[in-house]
Design a protein around this ligand. Structure first.
Ligand SMILES: [Zn+2]
Length: 264
């Protein structure tokens, strides 16, 4: 037996052993096998739809279970499953989620409706955003209060604050609190805050666009009384400008050289 055959044999054996050992965990909602790498460690549900079924009614869950949850958590105004199904059955389709128009009120004929996965996902994201906005910072204000005057959504705000925190060695809560302490002077702060540089007027929006630095980071510098355009940013601005000019010159040259082939 040569070396190649030996290796083939050993690898073959090993794979056979693995196959024998490999077990799968069933999804806790629909019972289908979970095949992804984290199966059995953290995740107990098979995929997107079942993931949402865990927080919402419907989706991958059998209808009996949906009714059982409605009944157990006292979420519905219907007395029995038959009554529920009489009102909601005609509009049901496979994989539908049962949502409420008003989340303060119970499920009833007027308040609940069946929605497909994308809509349920959107509601889920909105609710997560609401939860994030309501988070209270150490100084007693909520993240939503700090974020609101800037006119940015909560996800972008948190991301930019994370970047600033990393750059200046602070925690994200500290950064958010400081943004909350000094709200922007006007609703159009990105355009109204501007600086002179080499005989030109630059707004925050323009510096951000040309230098590739986030506008919240630039506002932070302005708020702290730092130079808005330091050597690094000046270099970036010059680089962008020279590239843009080179491009414009190139286009001019092309236009000058261009001759329609049917003329002359
Ligand atoms: Zn599942």
């Amino acid at each position: 037996m040569n070396e190649i055959e030996k290796t083939n044999l050993s690898f073959g054996d090993r794979e056979a052993e693995k196959k024998k050992e490999k077990k799968y965990n069933p999804c806790s909602i629909c019972g289908r096998p979970i095949w992804h790498s984290m199966a059995g460690r953290y995740s107990r549900v098979c995929g997107q739809v079942c993931d949402l079924s865990r927080t919402f009614l419907g989706g991958g869950r059998p209808l009996e279970e949906v009714w059982e949850l409605l009944r157990k958590h006292k979420l519905s105004e219907w007395e029995s499953m038959e009554a529920w199904w009489r009102d909601m059955g005609h509009s049901h389709f496979p994989g539908a989620f049962l949502l409420r128009r008003d989340r303060g009120a119970k499920h009833c004929k007027e308040n609940s409706f069946w929605a497909p996965y994308p809509q349920a996902k959107r509601v889920h994201t909105e609710l997560a955003g609401e939860k994030k906005k309501r988070r209270i910072l150490p100084n007693g204000r909520t993240v939503g209060d700090c974020c609101e005057p800037y006119g940015i959504n909560i996800y972008l705000f948190q991301r930019m604050c994370g970047g600033i925190a990393k750059k200046y060695g602070l925690t994200m809560n500290q950064v958010m609190e400081e943004f909350g302490m000094a709200p922007p002077p006007s609703p159009d702060w990105k355009d109204s805050i501007s600086v002179h540089h080499q005989g030109q007027e630059y707004s925050i929006r323009r510096i951000s666009k040309e230098s590739g630095i986030s506008f919240l980071s630039l506002y932070w510098r302005w708020m702290k009384g730092m130079f808005l355009i330091d050597d690094d940013i000046a270099h970036r601005l010059a680089r962008t400008r020279s590239r843009r000019d080179a491009r414009a010159r190139q286009i001019e040259r092309w236009n000058a050289d261009y001759k329609p082939f049917n003329e002359g």
